[in-house]
Design a protein around this ligand. Structure first.
Ligand SMILES: NC(=O)c1ccc[n+]([C@@H]2O[C@H](COP(=O)([O-])OP(=O)(O)OC[C@H]3O[C@@H](n4cnc5c(N)ncnc54)[C@H](OP(=O)(O)O)[C@@H]3O)[C@@H](O)[C@H]2O)c1
Length: 253
């Protein structure tokens, strides 16, 4: 969608979500911003108001289905949502040992259920209006299971594949779906990665690429290109060829 006027973003208190909120903020734009850290979210909201946007921010945990249904429905009632960006996410890895059940479930609860809780309450109204754009924040880590972050890469794969299917399923309803697959972006999420991050990108640059891709209704917004090519190849090669190399990669904390 070229000029969305009502945009809902989860995980807007930090990193990519905050950068997207600031980038879209302008006169005539209504932003509904969600996050958990009240101080950081208020700062982002204030910046967006200074840029002329109408902003409603809320402390809401994406894993809380009832709270999300209420928040999203209210936002849509006040300003019918043109674009929803299901961005909130957490990362976790195996640098400190094997991944336990608790970590696995926590990552899926936020990254997968949290995205469902963001998007699904909007679908009936978007269907009725025959208009709307859904953006799902996946990752280049979705193209291959990483031993250093099994749950994280699996959660992002689930989101990517769901989004690809949903895009086709919603074809002809007037609703479009884009899946965003960034490489390394400099944010609090990556700030303590104990390994070199090739082609690490500033968060503002990532937000600009995402906005451009969404304006063109791209099915997949994957960047930077050389990292996308590498991730794609890793996913395409037989695991038997890549397993031992993958095992030697540094692990996420
Ligand atoms: N940075 C990268 O290199 C990279 C690459 C590929 C994909 N991604 C994805 O991009 C998205 C944003 O990541 P980021 O780099 O911007 O990380 P970030 O700075 O850590 O931001 C994560 C955001 O998600 C919110 N969040 C986390 N758990 C939540 C919950 N249970 N309920 C509501 N909000 C929650 C956080 O809110 P609070 O801070 O208020 O708790 C924060 O606003 C994530 O989905 C991530 O997986 C990032």
């Amino acid at each position: 969608m070229r000029n969305p006027r009502s945009i809902l973003i989860t995980g807007a208190s930090s990193g990519i979500g905050a950068a997207l909120a600031r980038l879209y903020a302008a006169k005539g734009v209504a932003l509904t911003l969600g996050g958990r850290d009240a101080g950081r979210l208020a700062k982002v909201a204030a910046d967006c108001r200074s840029a002329g946007a109408e902003v409603r921010e809320a402390i809401v945990d994406v894993t809380n289905l009832a709270a999300m249904e209420g928040w999203v429905a209210e936002a849509d009632r006040l300003r019918p949502v043109d674009l929803v960006i299901a961005n909130a996410g957490i990362s976790a890895g195996t640098a400190d040992g094997e991944e336990g059940a608790e970590q696995l479930r926590a990552v899926f609860a936020v990254n997968v259920d949290g995205a469902f809780n963001t998007v699904l309450p909007l679908l009936p109204a978007m269907r009725q209006r025959r208009r709307g754009q859904i953006a799902l924040m996946s990752s280049l880590a979705s193209f291959r299971g990483f031993p250093g972050a099994p749950a994280y890469s699996a959660s992002k794969a689930a989101l990517r594949v769901w989004g690809e299917g949903l895009r086709g399923d919603l074809h002809r309803t007037g609703i479009t779906v884009s899946v965003i697959c960034p490489g390394f972006v400099a944010s609090p999420m990556t700030s303590d990665n104990p390994f070199p991050m090739p082609m690490l990108m500033p968060v503002e640059q990532a937000a600009r690429i995402i906005r451009r891709g969404l304006a063109k209704d791209r099915a997949r917004i994957a960047f930077p290109l050389p990292m996308y090519a590498a991730a794609w190849l890793l996913g395409a090669l037989p695991p038997a060829l890549t397993d031992s190399w993958m095992r030697r990669l540094p692990k996420k904390r």
